[in-house]
Design a protein around this ligand. Structure first.
Ligand code: XCC
Ligand code: SF4
Length: 570
């Protein structure tokens, strides 16, 4: 059992699931062996002359002729097939982040035009900065007026047919030039995704180098396009994160309260749920049902969004979603889009938990669908919360909440790090560069991405610990950030305990943990911005590739992580 996870709360719930006769991802992964041909990208199912498998023979040397003959029915080589598969995954990841960004751009316009009551522009400073980056006139215009122009420009980035994505201009000049020379500067976000699908259609692009270049271009449309738009707009609407104290792991669930978990990726509903669950009216209603209050907790990246901006506690990362239900203490799991396992409904059947889908793009067989309407957000969220409260009386006696939770500090946006390092009046990444030049910090590592049951849950910690021990400052997002937080690496005291002398001295001087939580997976764009600032503040070279930085997604499972990985490369 112990090889499944290094997180004690997870292990305890895996055991309870077994006692309760409930199947979870941890059993399913054992009954389905990963297909070795698919794993090496050697299976092509793009046309109906196949599917073709072009994997190399195991335990046997191939002759040159055999190697040449190892192609699909159409003659496609293993290189073409692997590159095509890779590009399709990047396109899917880019489409997912892009659709999130597009939704945010539309929502932003609705807020600016007064059509989404209950929401407003919270960070005017960031709006003005974005307006400057986009050459939108500021003058003495009101923030809503500016926001409409900004929103329209950003929305236009998705359907743009020519030119270059506007936010590429934020990158170091040398990098922009290189992208242009290589022909990988993305034109429009949707265009790159559609073109990638076309290129990978049977009989189109069949040169692996060209396919991989298309992968770079498509992924850059994620990093400097869809994801960056989502991060920027969310900060403007909901506030740019600043350091905030919170707690993480299944132990944040409360035995005597109505537990609602928000799970997924897009924060607009979660933002309203945070407000609704604090209204005296609904707290009173929960009391009338015998509960002592309403406890809102997060899961996956919606959790990161709510944690970063409001300190909402985190119940767990990707592989803990079913296990949260296994506690028997969750009245409702409210989900939006991405990373929501279909297995949830099966787990929920064994307890009283209601799985509530809320997005028109993401329904699940057997779940309750309560579509969220952002034009009528308060009422929508209230209906959902009321449904959860009504479910409290159905809670069974088989409740066990693992008593594990860790303190953490999150909220390290690009801007916050800027201020923390340089101070409010001369905010800059220069002090970081200086500490790299003088050798106290050896470099920066982004350790990001998912969980994957094919490897030990949260085992990446060993790598993070090794990095900070060697004076490498670690930047994290997504489910990997949660793994480190659960292990106590995201509190300032962790510096003295785990970091090397140089890194520890810097962390102590600034008052930060040696491992910084920068947000959800779309917020990997904050890392792009930080790296760009390091270049611009000088002393370490004139391109991102000159910096002592590295990136890894050691437990990745999602196509989004491939898009992210590839734009890091790009
Ligand atoms: Fe999903 Fe974003 Fe991966 Fe976690 S890290 S499993 S993508 S929730 Ni984004
Ligand atoms: Fe096979 Fe070629 Fe069709 Fe792929 S595109 S399934 S390799 S025939």
């Amino acid at each position: 059992m112990s090889e499944k996870s290094i997180d004690p709360a997870t292990l305890e719930m895996i055991e309870k699931a077994a006692e309760d006769g409930v199947r979870t991802v941890f059993q399913r992964v054992e009954s389905i062996r990963a297909c070795p041909i698919g794993a090496e990208g050697s299976c092509c199912s793009i046309c109906a002359m196949g599917p073709c498998r072009v994997n190399a023979p195991r335990n046997k040397e191939e002759t040159a002729q055999e190697r040449r003959n190892r192609v699909g029915v159409c003659g496609a080589t293993p290189e073409t097939i692997a590159a095509r598969n890779f590009l399709r995954k990047i396109a899917a990841g880019t489409a997912s982040h892009g659709d999130h960004g597009r939704f945010m751009a539309k929502f932003f316009l609705a807020v600016a035009q007064g059509e989404a009551p209950g929401y407003s522009i919270k960070d005017e400073q960031k709006l003005l900065q974005l307006a400057l980056d986009l050459d939108v006139t500021i003058g003495d215009r009101g923030k809503e007026e500016i926001a409409v122009d900004v929103g329209n420009l950003l929305l236009n980035e998705f359907g743009k047919q020519e030119g270059e994505l506007l936010l590429l201009k934020r990158a170091p000049l040398k990098r922009q030039k290189l992208w242009q020379e290589q022909g990988v500067a993305p034109r429009g976000i949707d265009l790159e995704v559609a073109e990638a699908m076309h290129r990978t259609h049977m009989g189109t692009d069949q040169e692996y180098q060209d396919l991989l270049n298309s992968g770079v271009r498509t992924s850059l449309a994620d990093g400097w396009g869809g994801s960056m738009i989502a991060t920027d707009i969310q900060d403007i609407l909901f506030g740019t994160p600043a350091p905030v104290l919170s707690q993480i792991n299944l132990g944040v669930l409360k035995e005597d309260e109505v537990n609602i978990i928000i799970h997924g990726h897009e924060p607009q509903l979660a933002e309203m749920m945070a407000i609704v669950t604090q209204t005296p009216e609904l707290i009173e209603y929960a009391r009338s049902k015998g509960a002592n209050g309403i406890n809102l907790a997060g899961m996956c990246c919606t959790a990161n969004e709510m944690l970063m901006r409001h300190g909402v506690p985190v119940a767990g990362n990707f592989l803990q979603q079913e296990l949260a239900i296994v506690t028997g203490a969750v009245e409702a799991m409210v989900v939006d889009v991405q990373c929501i396992m279909q297995g949830l409904t099966d787990t929920a059947r064994c307890y009283h938990t209601k799985i509530i889908t809320t997005d028109r793009r993401a329904k699940i067989q057997g779940a309750t669908h309560m579509e969220f309407d952002e034009h009528n957000a308060y009422e929508s969220a209230k209906t959902i919360v009321t449904t959860a409260i009504d479910n409290f009386v159905n809670r069974g006696s088989n409740v066990r909440i693992p008593q594990y939770k860790s303190d953490m500090v999150a909220g390290f946006s690009y801007e916050t790090i800027n201020y923390l390092l340089g101070g409010l009046f001369r905010a800059s990444y220069r002090p970081l560069n200086e500490n790299i030049i003088n050798g106290r910090i050896r470099g920066l590592a982004g350790v990001v991405g998912c969980n994957n049951p094919r490897v030990i849950h949260d085992h990446q910690l060993e790598m993070v610990k090794e990095l900070i021990k060697n004076d490498v400052l670690v930047l994290q997002t997504g489910c990997m950030a949660m793994a480190s937080a659960k292990a106590g690496l995201m509190v300032p005291e962790a510096a003295a305990k785990y970091a090397g002398e140089g890194l520890a001295s810097v962390c102590e001087a600034v008052g930060i943990p040696p491992v910084l939580h920068m947000g959800a997976c779309i917020d990997n764009t904050r890392i792009l911005m930080a790296a760009t600032s390091m270049v611009k503040d000088g002393g370490l070279g004139d391109d991102i590739s000159d910096l002592p930085v590295a990136g890894a997604a050691p437990e990745y499972m999602s196509e989004k992580a491939l898009a992210i990985g590839q734009y890091f490369v790009g």
